[in-house]
Design a protein around this ligand. Structure first.
Ligand SMILES: CC(=O)N[C@H]1[C@@H](OP(=O)(O)OP(=O)(O)OC[C@H]2O[C@@H](n3ccc(=O)[nH]c3=O)[C@H](O)[C@@H]2O)O[C@H](CO)[C@@H](O)[C@@H]1O[C@H](C)C(=O)N[C@@H](C)C(=O)N[C@@H](CCC(=O)O)C(=O)O
Ligand SMILES: Nc1ncnc2c1ncn2[C@@H]1O[C@H](COP(=O)(O)OP(=O)(O)OP(=O)(O)O)[C@@H](O)[C@H]1O
Length: 451
């Protein structure tokens, strides 16, 4: 494989997207300059689809939005100076949304690759006025995204208790997510996704690589899936803390999980309503709650302990599946262990992880970063530093935990340096008002959460 010379590339091109209603297959085509076409293929279950009139037009609009958002996986390989969108020119609103998603969603990617992308990514726009998407008479069925971790399981069980009809949906071929979905006993919707093999070749040839706003891609995929079924709600489970990134000295805030943030949710939800279908709702059911409030809720569930995992090592496309559901070494494993510890019996938590991470002194640097003690919050989907500090503070007063190595070290070395409000739990369990949950549902959910 010859070295990939990204400097020789002028433009990233969005070529075409197409959907076969008979098979449920969607194809998204991209290229650098006049180079080989890179095609991403998705397969939506439930074919053949009888689409006509306004619903068929809305599916086409949703597919085009998916084509534009999913291009981020390929664009990042070279980040060329120009972006070309074949076909009908974008309206300003769509161009602005995409610029937002690419610029913010590639924030960590840019930081780690030493690139300055701010103001450099510009999607071309025509003079066309923004479209006005009609309402389609979509149903109240909720397409609920499941990720195999605690957050989406809390949403699923909350919606079940509140009597909301739901289909659990996921993208990709993770056996772990499939097992969790099956465990819910709810109707499943699995969208298969195959990235262009050319991307993996470019990676091997030295293309730029890094973190992408995968939740934006998953959201656009499930918006298509919802329209194919006539469902009116796409529900994600991104909690409040996903809106806050890591504060990097000399760089500012870099959010590893920007497309799980309230800023993305609000913009994407509004865009679906204005540009795709006026009655297609997109929201995160956990937006008002902190990670600790969600962890407290998860601790009250049973039946998923030996199935769920938040460890991202379970979700690679290439390579071997890990032997353990929890690696224990990554920030997500360490944060989930810490967040659950105050709310569930210690033997239950140790049985889930197969070990007691808080009694392993060599893991101190990881937990220090989670607490923002002498290090910045890790580039991972973890709670705010004050949430980790509040959880550790609770454990320092718990007879079950206070003798464990890292808890004892916190009490002796870190707690004395913290003011009360830097480690207080109560404010973190209150619900916030910034969310997109439908009014009727929010009041019931708030009572259900006891927030
Ligand atoms: C599972 C994971 O963490 N993957 C990241 C990892 O990829 P790796 O090279 O180790 O292997 P694969 O996951 O098999 O991917 C192979 C290459 O394919 C490209 N790619 C994959 C999926 C995709 O949607 N777009 C892609 O371009 C990529 O070039 C891969 O190298 O490292 C990669 C490079 O840093 C990351 O791009 C992979 O990240 C995945 C897209 C992924 O699913 N990551 C999630 C675990 C993740 O980051 N979730 C965030 C949410 C962030 C958000 O804003 O939505 C979170 O949990 O907070
Ligand atoms: N493969 C996927 N397909 C569709 N949606 C997904 C997928 N993975 C995650 N999601 C959605 O994105 C949200 C954020 O993903 P994330 O992995 O942080 O959450 P989780 O797996 O539900 O819980 P945890 O944070 O404990 O891992 C999930 O709650 C889910 O709604």
């Amino acid at each position: 494989m010859t070295e990939f010379d990204r400097g020789a590339i002028r433009a990233f091109r969005f070529l075409d997207c197409r959907f076969d209603a008979a098979t449920g297959e969607a194809c998204l085509d991209y290229a650098f300059d006049g180079g080989p076409v890179m095609t991403e293929t998705l397969r939506f279950p439930g074919a053949p689809f009888a689409l006509e009139g306004e619903r068929a037009a809305a599916v086409r609009r949703a597919l085009r939005l998916l084509h534009l958002i999913a291009g981020v996986s390929y664009y990042k390989a070279a980040v060329p100076p120009e972006i070309v969108v074949e076909g009908e020119p974008l309206d300003a609103g769509t161009a602005d949304l995409l610029t937002d998603v690419y610029e913010n969603g590639l924030g960590e990617f840019a930081y780690r690759n030493g690139l300055s992308l701010r103001g450099k990514i510009r999607f071309p726009r025509g003079e066309a006025a923004a479209p006005v998407a009609p309402a389609l008479g979509l149903s109240g069925q909720a397409i609920v995204a499941i990720g195999g971790g605690k957050d989406s399981l809390v949403s699923i069980e909350s919606l079940r208790e509140l009597g909301v009809p739901q289909t659990v949906a996921w993208v990709g071929a993770s056996p772990l997510i499939a097992a969790c979905a099956q465990r819910t006993g709810l109707p499943p919707l699995n969208v298969q996704r195959a990235l262009s093999p050319r991307l993996f070749e470019l990676n091997k040839a030295g293309a730029l690589n890094g973190h992408i706003p995968v939740t934006a891609v998953n959201s656009a995929i499930l918006a298509v899936a919802a329209l194919l079924r006539g469902a009116g709600q796409v529900v994600f489970s991104n909690e409040r803390s996903a809106s806050y990134g890591s504060l990097i000295p000399g760089t500012g805030e870099v959010n590893h999980q920007w497309s799980k943030s309230w800023a993305f949710e609000r913009a994407f939800a509004a865009h679906l309503r204005s540009h795709v279908a006026a009655d297609l709702r997109y929201y995160s059911l956990l937006r008002p709650f902190s990670e600790l409030a969600v962890a407290r809720r998860f601790a009250r569930l049973d039946g998923y302990d030996q199935h769920f995992s938040s460890c991202n090592r379970n979700f690679h496309i290439l390579g071997e599946r890990p032997a353990q559901r929890w690696c224990g070494a990554c920030p997500k494993c360490q944060f989930v262990f810490l967040a659950l510890a105050p709310f569930m019996p210690k033997p239950r938590l140790v049985a889930i992880f197969g070990r007691n991470l808080l009694d392993e002194p060599e893991l101190a640097p990881g937990f220090d970063a989670l607490m923002e003690y002498r290090d910045h919050k890790p580039f991972e989907c973890v709670g705010e530093g004050r949430e980790s500090r509040a959880a550790m503070d609770l454990l320092a007063d718990s007879p079950a935990w206070r003798e464990d190595a890292l808890v004892r070290r916190y009490a002796r070395e870190i707690r004395p340096q913290l003011a009360e409000d830097e480690r207080a739990l109560a404010p973190l369990l209150e619900a916030s008002d910034d969310h997109g949950i439908p009014d009727g549902l929010w009041e019931r959910l708030r009572a259900h959460f006891g927030a």
